[in-house]
Design a protein around this ligand. Structure first.
Ligand code: C2E
Ligand code: MG
Ligand code: MG
Length: 574
């Protein structure tokens, strides 16, 4: 009989358990039961819905992955709070949207029908909003807990401010809607923890794509918003969008995995697409949808006209890339002279594009696009290589070696591999460093002082000379220039052009010459076209010059002939 009774109570126990589990199952809050053994754990439907976990993912310690990594130890320590006690835990639980929510978990001890302690029943209450209200009254829901980025609410506020500022100043604002391609698949494959880490890494890359004053926000799961404020041209948003596409395309190192991501980006512009916050958001969203339909890893503007403009630019990029392959670029060289002795002291390499249908194009026609698209790095390397090659060829013809100056673009100068590239090149061409001169502009020097200083010192170690081109046109801080290893400044040709008619230009020329002298820098005037200009510059103490008066830029073959004739006659020949 005792045996039978035992069996009966077990059956009753089983039924009772089934009964209360069926109640828990329908309970609207996330509820779970922690048993004495991990296999007795049970999670109700609301818990699974909240976290997005499948039942099998909760097995063993699997459920702990829904708890914020920083709170796991605390939850583990407190999971067993001693028999017959009831208690509360406070921790962050991952919502299926990717956000961590603060939950208050109420635990009460659970007994079998036989009166034996058998674990805890734990119900969770989402108290995120309440906590935020208490902690930061003005900031309820303003920041996303996972990434620390503003949420849509704060984004809308900032966008509103950007719009009213743009309206006053006649500027543009762009809204970018960034959606990660196939993130959901990746997230499921990797697990939420790595997914979270990836989202944090994405958000910091996005932040790296914008300027101060722009806003990056997290909309939901794998969608982000960016507001680009105070823009001079609407189409500049394409540069930022392209930057985002490029930055996301380099692999992410998460744990010991290398992960690849791409994004679809939609762009809406104030004022042309809409003047309202909601209108801009919905248009950016619609444009994002089209980018996704194009197969992702790209961006689209809301307006067709904008897309066409960008398309033309992409075509241009394509043509430029082909031009490089087809060897359509060439260098012209212009002499630089010491006017006091009328002898050449150097050559400036100037890039030309021999376009198959348009003829020879000046750099102003294509350098800006090459710069924007990043192709300038390859083109710039070609220019450096070609300039050094011409230097060697002239020397091989028995001509007196002349220093070669090469113009370096902003992006090329910022490229960390530049000094290394030049070092190898000089070795390969057997060219002394001091025979190569790099022309950079004031704005390049001023834009990133630390980086500039590092790069310039590396170049100095190679013996390479550095010249500030178009000097006077920018806004350098002279005291700052003094601290950098610079050899020469070139007075911008606009001042040389005007100096004899315009007192202010003359004053600038004088100031630059005096400043250079006081700082022990060489000074060269460019764009010298007339004898009068030459004489005036000499009188002011500037002997180094470049300009049509002494010779136009010309191909290497013609240059070699001119140099040869000059050497034999001792006369400058144009
Ligand atoms: P820059 O370095 O200031 O070059 C001087 C420009 O003035 C050249 O124009 C040259 O042809 C022109 N020039 C020379 N003498 C005179 C003169 O007496 N009067 C006038 N009015 N102009 C004169 P170019 O070749 O069209 O080059 C324009 C700019 O393009 C250059 O300005 C430089 O900033 C850029 N550039 C040229 N080649 C390259 C290159 O290989 N790479 C990069 N990144 N930029 C380049
Ligand atoms: Mg130059
Ligand atoms: Mg110049």
């Amino acid at each position: 009989m005792a045996k039978g009774e035992k069996k009966g109570s077990a059956v009753r126990g089983f039924k009772a358990e089934e009964f209360y589990l069926s109640i828990l199952e329908r309970f609207p809050n996330p509820v779970w039961r922690s048993g004495l053994k991990a296999e007795d754990n049970y999670f109700n439907q609301a818990w699974l819905e909240f976290t997005g976990f499948r039942p099998e993912e909760t097995k063993g310690d699997g459920w702990l992955r829904a708890v914020h990594p920083d709170d796991r130890e605390y939850v583990k320590q407190n999971i067993c709070c001693g028999e017959k006690k009831s208690t509360k835990l406070l921790y962050r639980l991952r919502h299926h949207s990717g956000q961590y929510r603060w939950v208050e978990e109420h635990c009460s001890a659970l007994y079998s029908p036989a009166g034996e302690f058998s674990g805890y029943i734990r119900s969770c209450y989402d108290i995120t909003e309440q906590r935020q209200r208490e902690a930061e009254p003005g900031l309820v829901g303003a920041y996303d807990p996972l990434t620390g980025l503003p949420t849509k609410r704060l984004f809308a506020e900032r966008l509103g401010l950007a719009i009213s500022m743009a309206a006053r100043k006649g500027r543009y604002v762009a809204v970018l809607h960034v959606d990660l391609d196939h993130f959901k698949l990746l997230n499921e494959f990797l697990g939420y923890e790595m997914g979270d880490e990836l989202l944090r890494a994405v958000s910091s890359r996005l932040l790296g794509c914008v300027r101060q004053g722009d806003t990056v926000a997290r909309l939901e799961a794998d969608e982000f918003l960016m507001a680009l404020a105070d823009m001079a041209h609407g189409q500049d948003a394409a540069l930022v969008a392209q930057r985002v596409v490029n930055r996301l395309s380099s692999p992410f190192q998460i744990g010991d995995r290398e992960l690849f991501l791409s994004a679809s980006i939609g762009i809406a512009l104030y004022p042309q697409d809409s003047r309202e916050i909601a209108g801009l958001l919905s248009r950016a969203d619609a444009a994002m949808y089209r980018a996704r339909q194009m197969g992702g890893n790209t961006f689209m503007f809301f307006t067709t006209e904008m897309n066409e403009q960008i398309f033309r630019r992409l075509q241009m990029e394509d043509t430029l890339r082909r031009a490089l392959q087809q060897k359509e670029f060439l260098l012209h060289f212009q002499q630089q002279v010491d006017a006091s002795q009328m002898r050449p002291v150097g050559l400036e390499a100037l890039l030309r594009w021999n376009h198959p249908t348009l003829g020879v194009l000046p750099p102003s026609d294509f350098i800006p696009v090459a710069e924007e698209t990043g192709l300038i790095l390859s083109i710039g390397e070609w220019v450096l290589r070609e300039a050094c090659k011409v230097y060697r060829q002239l020397a091989q013809r028995g001509l007196q070696p002349l220093r070669v100056a090469v113009n370096i673009s902003q992006r090329q100068f910022k490229y960390l591999g530049l000094p290394g590239f030049i070092e190898k090149l000089l070795k390969a061409e057997d060219m002394p460093g001091h025979m190569l001169e790099l022309e950079i502009t004031e704005s390049m020097v001023m834009s990133d002082p630390v980086q500039t200083s590092v790069t310039l010192h590396k170049l100095k170690e190679l013996g390479v000379r550095v010249v500030i081109d178009d000097f006077g046109a920018g806004y350098s801080s002279i005291s700052y220039l003094k601290r950098l290893p610079i050899d020469r400044v070139k007075i911008d040709k606009s001042f040389v052009h005007d100096m004899l008619q315009d007192a202010q230009s003359m004053a600038i020329v004088r100031t630059i010459i005096a400043m250079a002298r006081s700082m022990d820098l060489e000074v060269m005037a460019e764009g010298v076209e007339t004898k009068e200009q030459m004489e005036a510059l000499k009188k002011e103490g500037c002997q180094l010059m470049q300009g049509y008066l002494f010779g136009r830029p010309m191909p290497p073959e013609s240059l070699a002939a001119v140099l040869k004739a000059q050497e034999s006659t001792g006369q400058m020949i144009r």
